[in-house]
Design a protein around this ligand. Structure first.
Ligand code: SAM
Ligand code: SF4
Length: 333
């Protein structure tokens, strides 16, 4: 099916970017995402299978989706993920396929993922300090993440990005060491302001380490940062380069510099719900349609309805903000 009309919402924003969560399960327990114990995972029968995910991606590609990011929960805990990657990479119209992972299983899987056609990786790492890694993730897996990054680089992934969640009074001491590690290894850090998507309602504005404070620290202690004129103004990260030529760094400043006006993203959760925003309260049920025998046209119509209903943006900075009922791991970051 091919429908060339762009997926435009009522504010004129064209959507070409789809995030697909392949599982809500995870092998670690970052406090800003998951509870420490008693995590309620969706029953496996409720998770979309590869046929369903591929079908949705093909329909979406026919509607102008050109970029797909596979995420989770932790996508590498999904069995046979490279099989899905190969199928997504082969969809006509998909120009960019990326994966976000915590890296714990990456050393084992990087080669198979690369062979399946994956070229872009974001690896989540907040700290190089083993004790702090444990405090954040409740698991002692930093060596595995570092081994995963090493393996990915050796296998040929280039421009690997490191996702670091910026939590105040916690990771200040990690900002510069992580940036230096990235510079030495040819990675690019993206500092992500802590967002109100944790499972235990721990978020508070006072716990957000702001992009401006990180920029000041990096400029002071490594090299001044120069803003990069953005080649894609719809990308969420604001990019900077170091004045000394030592690479680039990005900021996803959802709290201090919301980028909703440029949003081009849709999200499919692991249990088959379509969301027009990380913070959306409403969602549309793709799985029920698919399992009820709906045609591709029916599903495309659902996608159009979802996009048409998209709100102008999250309200984190206003009194109107309501945290979504799903935490980050169950939406797909
Ligand atoms: N498990 C993978 C990982 O950790 O990269 C993929 C899923 S995770 C939900 C995607 C990204 O969300 C992570 O890289 C992490 O940086 C980010 N994240 C999780 N909780 C967050 C929060 N409350 N605020 C900001 N970013 C968060
Ligand atoms: Fe797992 Fe990623 Fe959530 Fe951390 S941020 S608990 S690695 S899903």
């Amino acid at each position: 099916m091919s429908n060339p009309a762009p997926l435009r919402d009522s504010f004129g924003r064209v959507h070409d970017n789809l995030r697909i969560s392949v599982t809500d399960r995870c092998n670690i327990r970052c406090f800003y995402c998951m509870p420490e114990t008693d995590v309620h995972f969706v029953d496996r029968r409720e998770i979309l299978d590869f046929e369903e995910i591929e079908r949705f991606a093909r329909i979406a590609a026919g509607m102008g989706i050109a970029k797909i990011r596979v995420t989770g929960g932790e996508p590498l805990v999904r069995r046979d993920l490279p099989v899905l990657i190969r199928r997504l990479a082969a969809i006509p119209g998909i120009q960019d396929l990326a994966l976000t992972t915590n890296g714990v299983l990456l050393a084992d899987q990087a080669e198979a993922l690369y062979e399946a056609g994956l070229r872009r990786l974001n690896v989540h790492i907040d700290t190089l300090d083993r004790e702090r890694f444990f405090r954040i993730t409740r698991r002692d897996d930093l060596p595995k993440v570092l081994a995963g990054l090493d393996a990915a680089r050796r296998i040929g992934f280039s421009r690997i990005k490191l996702n670091a969640v910026a939590v105040k009074n916690l990771v200040e001491g990690d900002i510069v060491p992580l940036a230096l590690y990235a510079r030495e290894n040819g990675f690019e850090v993206r500092y992500i302001e802590f967002m109100p998507l944790d499972a235990q309602n721990l978020w508070d504005r006072s716990r957000v380490l702001l992009a401006d404070d990180i920029i000041a620290a990096l400029s002071r202690e490594i090299s001044p940062l120069i803003p990069v004129p953005d080649p894609d103004p719809r990308a969420p990260a604001t990019e900077y380069t170091y004045a000394d030529g030592g690479g680039a760094v990005g900021f996803i400043a959802s709290v201090s510099r919301p980028f909703c006006l440029n949003c081009n993203r849709l999200r499919l959760t692991a249990d088959g719900k379509l969301r027009y925003c990380l913070f959306a309260i409403e969602e549309d049920d793709v799985k029920v349609l698919m399992r009820g025998g709906a045609s591709d046209e029916d599903i495309a119509a659902l996608v159009r309805r979802n996009v048409a209903g998209k709100w102008v943006g999250h309200e984190i900075n206003s009194g109107k903000f309501v945290a979504p009922p799903r935490p980050m791991y169950s939406i797909g970051g």
